[in-house]
Each structure stands twice: as C-alpha cells, then as structure tokens.
Design a protein around this ligand. Structure first.
Ligand SMILES: [Zn+2]
Length: 96
C-alpha cells in the first residue's frame, strides 16, 4: 500500500484526513487538486457516490445541496475540513 503524503504550505499543517461515514476512503477516492467540481470546475472537496456514478463538488456547491445529496447518495467523502478559513481583510491590526 502506498502512503499518500500531502504537502501543506510552509508554516501550516494539515488537519487529520477526513473519514467518510461508511468507512476509510481508498487512495482512488481521496480528492486532490486535479479533482474539479462538476458544477463550476473549482477544486472539489466532496465526492458523492451514487448508484450509477460519482459526482464531485466544491465546498460552495456541496453546501448548497448538502441535504439533498446526503439523502440520495450511497456514500459521501467530505474533505471540506481542508478548506482554510477565510482570511480577514481590513487595515486593523490584531495585536496590541
Ligand atoms: Zn462548484
């Protein structure tokens, strides 16, 4: 078995790999930057497996249809925990 190593940006660490509700993802199921949302072609963070095929979603499009997808998909691999929190903008300093 090959170990999959993700390389986080300098100074950052990746959160633990997400585990789908129905088991451990195989290497083929884990999403990377080459996987694109079927709706908008942004990077995919969710793979929904249906009876006949898989669909990939970015965080935005999965969140938009999450209830419907979870109620109809056989399995959902949700890697949205890899999405970094939005950076705050503005000129205010955060330290005193
Ligand atoms: Zn999308």
């Amino acid at each position: 078995m090959t170990t999959i190593a993700a390389t986080p940006p300098a100074g950052r660490t990746l959160p633990p790999a997400p585990v789908p509700a129905n088991g451990t993802p195989t290497e083929a199921q884990i999403l990377d930057s080459a996987d694109r949302c079927d709706q908008c072609s942004a990077r995919a963070y969710v793979r929904a497996t249906f009876a006949s095929s898989d669909l990939l979603f970015c965080g935005h499009h999965f969140t938009k249809a999450e209830q419907r997808i979870r109620s109809t998909a056989k399995a959902v691999l949700d890697e949205r925990s890899y999405i970094l929190p939005a950076r705050t903008t503005g000129t205010g300093a955060t330290s005193a």
